[in-house]
Design a protein around this ligand. Structure first.
Ligand code: NAD
Ligand code: TDX
Length: 332
């Protein structure tokens, strides 16, 4: 693949993927991004201009999407509204971008016969009990809980239908919770790190026993590239790095790594419909494509991420007050 269109390539994971493609292949990349509140042109700074270009536009706008898709060998679709708490405040952009946007892209890929990789989430499978020995696999039934996860589940179903009914050459990946540089400070880990930097206390929803399965975004990118290059058309691959931790453990670790007492946090109002536990079995991806994560140690990856936020306060600080005001309005 010489010529890849990356939707949402100015977001947290999409921008990491663009850097990964430039560093590990000879391909050129066009980023299609609406530049919403979650996008950052800084995350694409320093990339070679002869290999990466940015088109500002909406994935749900066929007049932009159709000619762009037809001019590329492959599309990797990251663009989405991505934050559960925002989907509880106002679901409408989630329906528009995640469903209509994916539909628009699928139609463009169908007309131009272009290969598509669709990036999705483990949240489509709902949640697990804390003591359930099972983890999510490619065969787990869909049972999304939030407007965000329901919109992503719907987008996955559209992709599957376009593969089966129209022969679109697509693959899907469902990944667990990412962490790393350039993640928006509305999300759990960067919110808590930046609260501590600002001299305030981390906020834990409810009891904090909820479990997430953490993976470094660089490992997500290497998995997506492996699937794009070697995945079987029509298949779904789960991406995860065996990183289950409950939120209480993560907050305590952040506090310890930042030199604060481990109990220096607050319990706040729980998220409505809060999923209890996610856990990924990535055996198929590892066995079929030989993928393995490189960030084996969560504590090391988290320490690097803390340093990154300490060094990039100019990037996140202008947004901090607005993010915290929105949370404060909900007692969070
Ligand atoms: P993000 O919110 O940081 O970035 C999303 C990007 O999409 C932004 O640059 C935004 O401007 C762009 N975008 C939004 N609406 C658009 C539209 N209508 N047209 C064009 N661009 C638009 O999100 P992220 O965390 O980087 O997630 C990227 C993808 O990975 C999403 O599809 C998400 O569902 C999926 N995912 C995320 C995680 C995670 O832990 N963050 C885990 C698994 C899967
Ligand atoms: O301040 C907080 N306190 C808190 O306890 C915030 C923001 C979150 N939480 C909890 C809620 C979750 O149990 O931390 C956990 C992680 O929260 P988020 O960062 O909002 O992630 P989550 O809802 O798990 O979804 C993430 O992973 C799957 C991404 O945002 C999604 O885009 C992805 O699909």
């Amino acid at each position: 693949m010489h010529n890849i269109l990356v939707t949402g390539g100015a977001g947290f994971i999409g921008s990491n993927f663009v850097h990964h493609v430039v560093g590990n292949t000879d391909a050129t990349v066009t980023v299609l991004d609406k530049m919403t509140y979650a996008a950052s042109s800084d995350a694409l700074a320093g990339l070679p201009e002869d290999r990466v270009s940015l088109v500002v536009g909406d994935v749900a706008d066929a007049t932009v999407v159709d000619p762009l898709v037809a001019a590329h060998d492959a599309v990797v679709h990251f663009a989405a509204e991505s934050h559960n708490d925002n989907s509880l405040r106002d679901p409408s952009p989630f329906i528009q971008t995640n469903l209509i946007g994916t539909f628009t892209l699928l139609e463009a890929c169908r007309k131009a016969d272009v290969r598509l990789h669709h990036v999705s989430t483990d949240e489509v499978y709902g949640d697990l009990e804390l003591d359930d020995p099972k983890r999510f696999t490619e065969d787990t039934p869909y049972q999304p809980s939030s407007p965000y996860s329901a919109s992503k589940a719907g987008s996955d179903h559209l992709v599957r239908a376009w593969v089966r009914s129209f022969g679109v050459r697509a693959t899907i990946s469902n990944c667990s919770n990412n962490y790393g540089p350039w993640q928006h400070i509305e999300k759990f880990i960067p919110r808590q790190i930046t609260e501590v930097i600002e001299g305030r206390r981390p906020r834990l929803y409810g009891s904090g026993e909820n479990v997430r399965d953490w993976i470094h975004t660089e490992d997500h990118s290497s998995a997506v590239l492996a699937i794009l290059e070697r995945g079987r058309i029509g298949e779904t691959y789960l991406i995860g790095a065996d990183g289950e931790k409950n939120n209480l453990e993560v907050v305590r670790l952040i506090l310890r790594l930042m030199g604060r007492p481990e109990d220096d946090f607050e319990h706040v109002t729980d998220r409505a419909g809060h999923d209890l536990r996610y856990a990924i079995d990535s055996g198929k991806l590892r066995a079929e494509l030989g993928w393995t994560p490189t960030y084996g140690d969560f504590e090391d990856g988290l320490a690097q991420t803390i340093s990154w936020y300490e060094e990039h306060a100019d990037w996140w600080r202008p947004h901090k007050q607005a993010v915290e005001s929105a949370y404060a309005a909900k007692g969070q």
